[in-house]
Write a protein that binds this ligand. Structure first.
Ligand code: CAA
Length: 393
């Protein structure tokens, strides 16, 4: 019978004492420092840089980076525990953290040279620098390999030209992991990855996008015009860039799945509190079976999604093949978040439609989890390739 690699994975559900401590710390910090200002972050369209620094001090910004390089030296499971808690309080802050950790520090930690780590990873892991990941372009999102940005070798440097789109943290990042095509005839095998620092001549921030949700995070267009990048800022081998991008995205997708679980949990917890206090027809709305069924379904789906996230994270920690497990977690968890947000607005009724209550923010924030770091349709493609034996990752 056909099975998936993920189905065969060994999976220990027990959190270590250290992981429990991380979870508690993240839960308390998010509840005390983030939750009270989540609506303000959304309204003002910015996550305060002071909060990012606090996440650095707590070790969240370099949670899975070895201590030698300034990180907390923990694992991916710890990272998803933090992501769930932060996103339960504020999805905008969650994506700032997620893009930094899984899309910038992770490729630097895996593919960077010691000199690159010394120069950049330590500062990123401590939260002194903010990182971002620039793969998508105006004309290529899902079909990432067809990028048009170019990298031309010129002596000991490369010259980058092109535009990158939808870049979370793009406006403020100190370091950008960027991908460009050095040899179009080789298609994905011609792609090269670089770590480019803020302020490089010719590297500019363009349009800032106005979004449906996660409004506190910035989403920018980045322009590269004859940007000279020394060869020692290349990440991985020449032609290895696409593998760097997809390995990075496998981890990013686990992080977004954890974000989706956090948003769904916010929906459930806010719905529960409201259902206990709102009265209709002489009783709490929580006493109606129609409401109880919604709450029970939300809780069930959140539990299932969390287990998929933990499984994918623990597979990545063990160095096992995990592309399909990551895609499965993201596909399911993002769907759960969108459904939970819809039910949350419904339970709040007319108040759910108002900005005075958190339900409408959850509804707006949830949707993006089905789109960024690979759409749900791309997740289906990755899972199907694995089952059909076509995957090469
Ligand atoms: N890890 C490493 N390498 C991998 C891999 C993985 N998970 N999956 C595939 N590869 C390798 C393959 O081995 C293959 O290499 P070889 O030819 O040497 O064997 C190569 O990549 C090409 O594989 P495919 O033929 O499968 O590639 P494809 O062009 O058909 O694309 C895809 C596959 C899954 C559709 C991929 O393009 C993809 O994931 N697209 C979505 C991109 C995406 O998620 N973008 C989000 C950008 S980030 C963002 O949104 C947030 C932000 O803030 C910036």
């Amino acid at each position: 019978m056909a099975t998936t690699v993920a189905a065969e994975a060994k999976f220990d559900l027990t959190l270590t004492e250290e992981q429990q401590l991380v979870q508690r710390t993240a839960r308390e910090w998010s509840r005390d420092r983030l939750l009270p200002i989540a609506a303000e972050i959304d309204e003002q369209g910015a996550v305060p840089r002071a909060l990012v620094r606090e996440m650095g001090q707590l070790g969240f910004m370099g949670i899975d980076v070895p201590e030698r390089w300034g990180g907390a030296g923990l694992d991916m499971v710890s990272y998803v525990l933090v992501m769930e808690e932060v996103n339960r309080a504020c999805a905008s802050t969650g994506v700032v953290l997620g893009s930094h950790v899984s899309l910038a520090t992770a490729p630097l930690a895996r593919y960077g040279t010691d000199a690159q780590k010394e120069r950049s990873l330590i500062r990123l892991a401590k939260g002194e620098w903010l990182g971002c990941f620039a793969l998508s372009e105006p004309a290529s999102g899902s079909d990432a390999a067809s990028m048009r940005a170019t990298a031309r070798r010129d002596g000991e440097a490369w010259v980058l030209n092109g535009t990158k789109n939808f870049i979370t943290n793009g406006a403020f990042a100190d370091l950008t992991v960027v991908f460009a095509q050095a040899d179009p005839e080789k298609r994905h095998k011609g792609i090269v990855a670089f770590a480019v620092e803020k302020g490089a001549p010719g590297f500019t921030v363009g349009k800032l996008e106005k979004k449906l949700g996660i409004r506190g995070s910035d989403t920018a267009q980045l322009h590269f015009t004859d940007v000279r990048v020394p060869d020692d800022q290349r990440l991985g081998a020449v032609g290895e860039g696409f593998a760097v991008a997809l390995w990075t995205l496998d981890g990013g997708r686990i992080g977004i799945a954890a974000q989706a679980v956090g948003i769904a949990r916010a929906c459930l917890e806010d719905s529960l509190a409201y259902a206990k206090e709102r009265h209709a027809f002489g009783q709490r709305i929580a006493d109606f079976q129609a409401i109880q069924a919604k709450l029970a379904d939300m809780a069930t789906e959140i539990d299932a999604a969390r287990l998929l996230v933990w499984r994918a994270a623990s597979m990545r920690d063990r160095g096992e093949r995990h592309s399909a497990a990551a895609a499965t977690a993201k596909l399911f968890a993002s769907d759960v978040a969108v459904r939970a947000a819809r039910e949350c607005v419904q339970i709040f009724g007319g108040y759910g439609y108002l900005q005075d209550y958190p339900a409408e923010r959850h509804y707006r924030d949830a949707k993006i989890t089905e789109i960024y770091e690979g759409t749900s349709e791309i997740m289906q493609l990755v899972i199907a390739k694995e089952m059909l034996g076509d995957a090469s990752a």
